[in-house]
Design a protein around this ligand. Structure first.
Ligand code: SAM
Length: 258
């Protein structure tokens, strides 16, 4: 991340209306987080909370919800969306690598691949240290990320892969998004570019971003080093055990007892 994006968030997260429009398809985790909030809440903290997409299922329960998000634009949209719940909602602009709310929560979670924005072990451990600071002995801390897929990592660098199509939030025009990527196995960093086009305007927007590819063994090591015990490792939102065919890695953890 550049110094600027450390303070305000990544370019892909500067337009909240576009974020919601382009993620219309991401609904498969909503019931899952509602269930987790019922089971492990009621005091919940979401790290990298975006426009409040996952706040809504959590708030369907009687939970209280704190969301921490670095992008001012996404946070503002979340404030608007969640206004009806305001007694039970707190939204904080902040960096999850440097978070000190001075309270503990029953469920802390980071969903929808947000953990992949922590690009180095140092970033991940800084964030995990902050999580531990907000845990009591029975807090559940959960992470949901995808399993890196070699077919995705080793695509030819110039190959544009169609990834999504969504209605432009202002004009309704169909926007098609293509993706290229370039993966560095040394750093485990995957550099991605999204190309946005309509029938009238090819590549009217081009956005670059980088994701760290976290393999399951790296997650086990980092969680252990940061003082967490893994209670469950699931491979999908139906809570089935993780196995070699799983597309997701979902960790349910707790602060380790020494
Ligand atoms: C894939 S989006 C997920 C947003 C939301 N949780 C959802 O499920 O729709 C990733 C989010 O992580 C946020 N983010 C990335 N790095 C962050 C950091 N260091 N601190 C706080 N938020 C961060 C981005 O601004 C973005 O909102």
């Amino acid at each position: 991340m550049s110094d600027d994006s450390r303070a305000t968030g990544l370019p892909i997260y500067q337009d909240a209306a576009r974020y919601d429009a382009e993620h219309w398809w991401k609904v498969d985790d909503l019931a899952f987080w509602e269930t987790m909030a019922r089971k492990f809440g009621p005091r919940t903290l979401e790290l990298a909370s975006g426009t409040g997409r996952l706040a809504e299922p959590v708030l369907k329960t009687n939970a209280t919800y704190t969301g921490v998000e670095i992008s001012a634009s996404l946070l503002k949209r979340a404030r608007g969306k969640l206004a009806t719940y305001r007694q039970r909602v707190r939204l904080v602009q902040g960096d999850i690598r440097n978070l000190h709310l001075n309270e503990t929560f029953d469920l802390i979670f980071i969903g929808f691949n947000s953990f992949l924005h922590l690009l180095t072990d140092e970033d991940a451990l800084a964030a995990l240290d902050c999580v531990r600071e907000h845990c009591h002995p029975d807090t559940r801390f959960m992470i949901d990320i995808f399993v890196p897929d070699p077919i995705f990592l080793y695509r030819p660098p110039d190959q544009r892969v169609p990834t999504k199509i969504y209605p432009d939030p202002e004009t309704g025009a169909a926007v098609k998004v293509e993706e290229t990527n370039s993966y560095d196995p040394e750093t485990e960093l995957n550099h991605l570019t999204w190309y946005y086009s309509t029938d009238e305007a090819r590549d009217f927007l081009i956005l670059d971003f980088t994701l760290r590819m976290y393999f399951p063994d790296t997650m086990d090591r980092l969680l252990h080093d940061a003082g967490f015990s893994v209670i469950n490792k699931w491979g999908d939102y139906q809570c089935r055990s993780f196995n070699e065919n799983s597309e997701l890695q979902i960790y349910v953890t707790q602060v380790a007892v020494n």
